[in-house]
Design a protein around this ligand. Structure first.
Ligand SMILES: Cc1cc2nc3c(=O)[nH]c(=O)nc-3n(C[C@H](O)[C@H](O)[C@H](O)COP(=O)(O)O)c2cc1C
Length: 376
């Protein structure tokens, strides 16, 4: 349904708790028209128990399409109800979190990446989610958990979930998760990336769609992944820390669209309207200026005046009551030449050869042991 109205998810911005909120997504959409945007993970329980307050959790402006809702959970009835409640918000896809190693999530019953150890449940969960929506459903997972890290085990997971449910799209964070108590941040850094597992999935499941994720830091690297055959690329931290340098080139370098020519001054003018319309909307002065301006703090990364602008922002957070006054007070730190430079010019450099040898490293081909795999 919805998804077919948009260019395909060649490039998507990863779900990131406390980062990819409405404020960040508003900024991201001002910079790139075509990138697919994922929400932060929302627990099914939150949706079910906050039925009177759903706009706060599920609402977004129509400009944010194409947008995917990521939900997490381990109770089928709540996943069903949450999906049904989310229908009214017209997300373009519903994604199920099977990759989050946070103890807050992983210790909360069987939730997040632990679900990879129970593919039958994930198959059931995905069937329930799919039965309650008419948009496509997808799974985001890792390549393994602790010692369950062989290519065969990953394939068993994909095989079971796709056989037991209508899931046809998997997003593969190409490192395993360690559940030994290391922090979520270390779990995104310490386990090595194994892109060869991702490319072997493309080879062994030709009827499914796979998006690659993990450690891809620029559009140059995203294009390198696509050249090697990736169906789509998901970028997380780089899209947050360097929004202008990454998202600024997505429409032209990934989608081949003409440059919008938009400048950061224009983006901030539009963001100001957005910011002033949402400040204090939730009551008790929330969201406040600091929350609304947070994603902007990376907009001038590595540009002249960036340090000064951040210091000015820090002090402006104390007393500014409107985005207008916040910008008046802080933007004097940034030279006009930076504010008025359109997205254009060369794409920032990246590791062109990131995937160069990946096809030499592919693990042996997977052969589903059908009965055994499905009913084990
Ligand atoms: C602050 C933060 C929060 C995250 N929250 C989520 C989440 O809610 N759901 C999820 O599936 N992954 C989450 N992730 C993982 C990212 O979606 C992504 O898989 C990971 O950062 C690897 O991609 P990258 O190397 O491009 O950042 C989070 C990552 C970060 C940095």
């Amino acid at each position: 349904m919805g998804a077919s109205r948009y260019l395909p998810p060649l490039f998507s911005v990863a779900p990131m708790m406390e980062w990819t909120d409405n404020h960040y997504r508003t900024l991201a959409r001002l910079i790139s028209k075509h990138a697919w945007l994922y929400t932060e993970m929302l627990a099914a329980e939150t949706i079910v128990y906050q039925q009177g307050n759903l706009d706060k959790f599920l609402g977004y402006s129509p400009e944010q399409h194409p947008i995917v809702l990521q939900i997490g959970g381990s109770k089928l009835e709540n996943l069903a109800k949450a999906t049904e409640l989310a229908n009214a918000y017209n997300y373009d896809e519903i994604n199920f979190n099977c990759g989050c190693p946070s103890p807050k999530v992983a210790g909360h019953g069987c939730f997040g990446v632990r679900l990879m150890l129970d593919p039958k449940f994930v198959g059931e969960a995905m069937s329930v989610i799919a039965a309650n929506t008419n948009v496509p459903v997808s799974v985001k997972c890792r390549i393994g958990v602790d010692d369950h890290d062989s290519f065969n085990e990953l394939c068993d997971f994909i095989y079971k979930v796709s056989s037991l449910s209508p899931t046809r799209h998997f997003i593969i964070h190409s490192r395993k998760a360690l559940l030994n108590g290391i922090s979520p941040a270390d779990n995104r850094r310490i386990p090595p990336l194994k892109y060869e597992f991702y490319y072997a999935l493309l080879r062994d499941f030709p009827d499914l769609t796979f998006t690659i994720n993990g450690g891809i830091n620029s559009v140059v690297e995203a294009n390198a992944a696509l050249r090697e055959g990736a169906h789509g690329v998901m970028v997380g931290r780089a899209a947050y820390h360097y929004p202008w340098q990454t998202l600024g080139h997505v429409d032209t370098a990934i989608y081949g669209a003409p440059s919008s020519g938009i400048t950061r001054r224009e983006i901030l003018q539009r963001y100001q309207e957005y910011g002033d319309s949402v400040l204090g909307k939730d009551g008790n002065n929330r969201p406040n200026i600091r929350e609304v301006a947070k994603p902007l703090l990376n907009l001038f990364y590595s540009e002249p005046g960036n340090g000064l602008w951040k210091r000015k922002a820090d002090s402006a957070f104390m007393h500014c009551k409107t985005m207008k006054s916040f910008f008046e007070e802080t933007l004097v730190a940034i030279p006009d030449s930076v504010l008025d430079a359109p997205i254009a010019g060369g794409v920032p450099s990246g590791r062109e050869d990131l995937f160069a040898n990946v096809h030499d490293l592919l693990p042996p081909q997977y052969h589903a042991r059908e009965e055994e795999a499905l009913y084990a």
